[in-house]
Design a protein around this ligand. Structure first.
Ligand code: PMV
Length: 347
């Protein structure tokens, strides 16, 4: 699917449904230039800018209803009451939305996620992007796409990018006004028809959350600063490669950026290792695909799964090769997808 012509901003929040329920949907994104490490944990300001592609798979659908008579917020995730860290993050987010809106009513949040939660397929990105759009509309906040991106960022950094369709760049932001200047925006791309083939090695929740792993990497890894510096250079090259529609350059930069990010974690004390034997099998298979003449490039996030960037026309061949390489895993072909948006008709 060509990336040009896709909608690049979410629908503007409109009047909530008659029963007060607002439903929004958002898709995950996969970073080609990674976000890894926060400069400000409370405001979720990253050390480096990042760039990603929003996918057309694994939507999260979230409904927010205001409950003026309730004494507390209620949150269900895939039909079960949210608890622990996940619940705390959603409650903090709702508090922030209320603060911005100058409102006090509690809310009922019901979210359905179609990606394996916590397995490095960025379910927090789609989750907080959908929640930002739904909660902003439920509390009558009239936010434009940039403001929604800033708001989504406070829930989960990568969610700032899922507000937009196709490719988007999340600015690390400046020293002066980090909150105001750290948001995502669409990136123009020419003549590329990319696919990301996702090989799910393992869909169990990760042992170390990306939040904790980032903190440990920034605090203890001697490789963190060099990677952050090289990532800024990768971003400049990546924008040029996207602008000229050069999939090989885009893939090479994305692959080295991701491997570098994992190197910083491996050098953390103690080490954070998300890559598993299955991951390495897939990385080898992708190298062989290239040697056999199919342009294909790997990227990995906070989990063992591998996402392989290739031309859309090669996606089925790449998917078949990855399926052969890990018969116990599962493989999904994703393409460029839409940004976060309100669903008409409410819940
Ligand atoms: O937004 P978080 O806290 O889920 O962090 C995501 C970090 C990576 O997925 C590893 C990289 C990225 O840029 O998406």
């Amino acid at each position: 699917m060509p990336t040009e012509g896709l909608r690049t901003s979410p629908s503007r929040p409109c009047t909530p449904e008659v029963d007060g329920a607002v439903t929004a949907v958002a898709q995950p994104n996969i970073a080609l230039i990674k976000y890894w490490g926060k400069r400000d944990e409370r405001l979720v300001i990253p050390w480096t800018s990042s760039l990603s592609m929003t996918l057309d798979v694994f939507p999260t659908t979230t409904t927010v209803r205001l409950a003026p008579a309730a004494g507390a917020d209620r949150v269900t995730l895939n039909g079960r009451h949210a608890a622990g860290e996940t619940l705390r993050r959603v409650l903090d987010f709702l508090e922030l939305v209320r603060e911005l809106a100058g409102r006090r009513e509690r809310a009922v949040v019901d979210s359905h996620n179609t990606a394996p939660t916590g397995a490095g397929v960025a379910s927090s990105a789609s989750g907080f992007a959908a929640l930002a759009v739904a909660a902003a509309a439920a509390y009558d906040l009239d936010l434009d796409a940039t403001e929604l991106s800033r708001l989504a960022r406070r829930g989960s950094g990568s969610a700032s990018r899922s507000v937009f369709a196709g490719f988007s760049l999340w600015h690390a932001g400046g020293e002066e006004d980090p909150d105001g200047s750290s948001y995502a925006e669409p990136v123009p791309v020419r003549g590329l028809d990319p696919a990301l083939v996702i090989a799910l090695v393992d869909d169990s929740p990760k042992a170390v959350s990306s939040r904790a792993a980032m903190r440990r990497t920034v605090d203890t890894s001697p490789l963190y600063r060099p990677w952050a510096d090289s990532s800024e250079r990768d971003l400049i090259e990546m924008r040029l490669a996207l602008g000229r529609g050069d999939l090989d350059a885009v893939g090479e930069i994305a692959e080295r950026n991701a491997l570098g990010m994992h190197a910083t974690m491996l050098a953390a004390r103690p080490a954070v290792r998300y890559l598993s034997p299955g991951t390495l099998t897939l990385l080898d298979r992708v190298l062989r695909l290239r040697q056999e003449g199919t342009p294909a490039y790997s990227t990995m996030d906070a989990g063992p799964n591998v996402k392989v960037l290739c031309h859309s026309s090669d996606a089925d061949r790449v998917a078949a090769a990855l399926r052969d390489a890990i018969p116990s895993g599962s493989v999904v072909v994703a393409r460029s997808g839409p940004g976060a948006r309100l669903l008409s008709g409410g819940s």
